[in-house]
Design a protein around this ligand. Structure first.
Ligand SMILES: [Zn+2]
Length: 453
């Protein structure tokens, strides 16, 4: 039965066997387990949560792929598919999760919610689960009633420093530089699952060393920090961002971290705080760093006022580098269809790339690297190495500011804005960085396509 399997998993951990052997045992075990158990959707969900707790995996994704759903668990090394579900079962699970959160999903609308999971295996332990429901839209069906879900398990995320998260040295230097200023605004952007929360906590940890008073507003507090100079405030249904920000401003901390700017009042308070000598760090739900201006505009924020306090904007993604031990070099002409497709799709995007990575450079390469097929001990046969973050950092330094002040209308125009940043502050866009990784053989065309979308 289920708890016997869990106990077996625990015992397996004690043996000092190689990762690839362990993986084979797990796979065989899962086969037996899945084939012998006819589970209801509720049981499948509970099983996934129990396994995640046992393995210490911080995220579970219910993801749609063409005409089926997958239950994917994020492990330290990569993502592991633990279940394949029919469309019907996938939809049922999404609805069960929505029911647990006591919310109703509306066509085409993303939602964040949370629920409490009571673990059987851990004898009634209560675990907070934060859920992001993401609508699936396609070209044909913009207002789809289908959803994917990302479940984040509270308490399993650890605080790492920038270096151990996997940022390169030059990016670590820039990130550290960003908080040296005593006042101003720092914004990080990225979709759900881009690792920006991990970066947020690394930043908080770094700030705790400065000993200045720090107040955070989070929804919810995912990791409780013990440092005495940090006060963490939790958002709840009857205590929203606007109320929390007002309290924060009254208590006058040196550094304020606002989990996310979602509304006009919070946006305006954040600007006032940055103008009156505080360092304000926050996140915004946009896809690129340079699209923050249009987002702020939609919140009725004066762009000139925003620009005067803005110091750094970052955008982040996570990606799987190819396993260096088993990756294969393939001539572009001989690529398997799935990779060729991704590459062809990417060419369209590449055409809009500025400066360094223009189309002429792209037509210059004739081979790419793809994942290996042989049994590799280094990556356990997945073909990929441990996930890494990719970050673009826009530094609004004096030179950049001076140039932009000549004509503030470039703020609503990402292309010339990117040229100014590239020329005056070593800005490297996510697109440029991922293109370089493709050419260097660090990622495959599929990963490149996902990163440059
Ligand atoms: Zn490998």
């Amino acid at each position: 039965n289920f708890s016997e399997k869990m106990a077996f998993d625990e015992n397996l951990k004690k043996f000092k066997i190689g990762f690839s052997t362990k993986r084979k045992i797990y796979e065989a075990l899962n086969q037996i387990f899945i084939s012998k158990t006819v589970s209801s959707e509720k049981e499948i969900l509970e099983e996934a949560l129990e396994i995640a707790l046992l393995k210490g995996s911080p995220n579970i994704r219910i993801k749609r792929s063409e005409n089926f759903y997958m239950v994917i668990m994020d492990t330290e090394i990569s993502q592991e598919t633990i279940r394949i579900l029919s469309m019907e079962s996938g939809r049922k699970i999404i609805n069960i999760i929505a029911g647990n959160c006591q919310i109703t999903l509306k066509k085409g609308q993303g939602l964040d919610a949370k629920f409490v999971f009571v673990s059987n295996f851990y004898k009634g332990m209560r675990v907070n689960i934060r859920v992001a429901f993401l609508p699936i839209s396609s070209k044909l069906d913009k207002e789809s009633s289908l959803f994917e879900a990302v479940l984040r398990i509270h308490g399993l995320n650890k605080v790492f420093d920038f270096k151990s998260i996997g940022f390169t040295d030059d990016k670590v230097e820039l990130l550290k530089k960003s908080y040296i200023h005593p006042h101003g605004l720092i914004i990080s952007t990225g979709p759900t699952g881009s690792g920006k929360t991990t970066t947020f906590y690394a930043m908080l940890k770094l700030l705790s060393q400065k000993k200045n008073p720090v107040i955070t507003i989070e929804d919810p507090v995912e990791i409780e920090l013990r440092e005495s100079n940090i006060t963490q405030m939790n958002i709840s249904e009857d205590f929203g961002y606007p109320e929390a920000v007002r309290i924060m401003l009254r208590s006058e901390p040196d550094i304020m971290m606002i989990g996310e700017i979602r509304d006009e009042i919070t946006a305006k308070h954040a600007l006032i705080a940055a103008e009156t000598g505080h360092l304000v760090l926050t996140t915004l739900h946009t896809n690129s760093s340079l699209s923050i201006f249009s987002r702020f505009k939609s919140l009725n924020v004066d762009l000139a006022q925003l620009f005067s306090v803005l110091r750094f904007v970052t955008a982040q993604r996570l990606y799987n580098p190819l396993c260096p031990d088993c990756k294969r070099k393939v001539m572009a002409a001989h690529l398997p269809p799935v990779y060729r497709c991704a590459l062809e799709e990417s060419f369209k995007f590449a055409a809009s790339m500025p400066l360094k990575a223009n189309l002429r450079e792209i037509s210059g390469f004739d081979s790419v690297y793809i994942r290996g097929e042989k049994n590799c001990n280094k990556c356990g046969g997945t073909g990929y190495a441990k996930r890494k973050p990719l970050i673009e950092i826009a530094e609004f330094n004096d030179a950049v500011k001076e140039e932009i002040y000549r004509d503030l209308t470039v703020l609503s125009n990402p292309s010339p804005l990117e040229e100014i940043l590239t020329g005056l502050s070593n800005f490297e866009s996510l697109k440029t960085q991922s293109f370089n990784k493709l050419v260097n053989g660090e990622i495959d065309p599929q990963t490149y396509f996902n990163l440059s979308k």
